[in-house]
Design a protein around this ligand. Sequence first.
Ligand code: ZN
Ligand code: CU
Length: 480
Amino acid sequence: MSGRYSLLIRNGTVIDGTRAPRFAADLAVRGGRIAAIGRLAGARADAEIDATGRIVAPGFIDAHTHDDRLLLSAPDMAPKASQGVTTVIAGNCGISLAPLPAGVKPVPPMDLLDGTGAWFRFPTFAAYVEELRAKPAATNAALLVGHSTLRVQAIDDLGRPASGAEIARMRALADEALAAGAIGVSTGLWYEPASAATTEEVVEVCRPLARRNGLYCTHMRDEGDRVLESLEETFRIGRELGVPVVVSHHKVMGRANHGRSRQTLALIEARMRAQRIGLDCYPYCASSTILTASRVEVATKVLVTWSIPHPELAGLELAEIEKRLGLPTEAAIAKLLPAGAIYFSMDEADVQRILAFEQTMVGSDGLPHDAAPHPRLWGTFPRVLGHYARRLSLFPLETAVYKMTGLAAQIFGLAGRGVLKEGNAADITIFDAGTVDEAASFAQPIQPARGIDAVVVNGEVVWRDGKATGARPGQVLARS
Ligand code: ZN
Ligand code: CU
């Protein structure tokens, strides 16, 4: 209790990120770290926050993002900081902003990161990390290097598996990224630039992971009819490499597969006994990615989120666009491309079963550059806290917080984060358990959440009373 603190959060109710029951305490910060938790009545600090009636929790870790470019182009990170997120895992689904030298043409779905391609200008992963360190964002970031980003520069014809020489080239690029600070490799085997890659190609490209202490994250080859085979492929890759795997945005898509999360979760649970497996999920029964006919086919409703040739149609239902253009589905899609969409193709019971699964983390999968984005971009974390924990009692609030904090820090190896305890980094979110909820909706997707009072990153307040403070203390995090 001695000495002056930089920040003192008084009279809060602490949920520490371990799933332990909440308790009343003050929390003091010094030098970017948590200096004390307890009764600190006599303590003095440069700044104080009164957290009476509020929850004081570890800052949330967004387990699945596409924020590679947002970290640089909108460093206040408003869509994330406004939700209480203090760390984002970027570079998912096989698409990372780096490394890709300027002049190499990005192909869909890389355009989810940047439609113009101008932001793809980092010849090495080290150059990207260097720029992030020189111009920090409000939140921390842990970075993955994307297999598809490597593939577009190593292979002339993306429609075939890589040759031995091409694999060696990609392996060297992956190794450079890991040496420069990436915590792992991501793949997007469902997407066109990578769907021709064999399991062997993925394993050989990812070889440096074991030596570099990295992990493997994947948007699997199939999340519909062949979801069980895709899970087995993921686990095999993890076993052959001897590294942890993360199944990204776990879901089961298409009406024929509704209910199959019973099988997928049983399989994940069984394989978890023999190898390290993580999974994340966003709390919605609609997905969002680039516009493609195959996804439209299995969806009950489709909303267009952006279109390069027809920006004025963003936000409309595809059925409405077909009517306006007087075109059948296939032709309407062709007119809109390149474009993005939201697909309603999941079952709410599956979403709840996956979200409630003990080992499931929370990842927004938000697409920050979409004109009419999926509401998960601004609403994921408050929705889990408000809609699923408070309103539906899917799990206790302590469990909800654990999924967003302690569990994610453990899976991604973010030492000294995710749990409120002395000595840990002061990444903290203060929220009102009675009102916290998403304000974003499919109709009005760009809305800061309700009930998030203050967000602290490395000891600095980055979000307060509905606004970014302008502080940018974010760090590039390593895996330990
Ligand atoms: Zn994905
Ligand atoms: Cu994704």
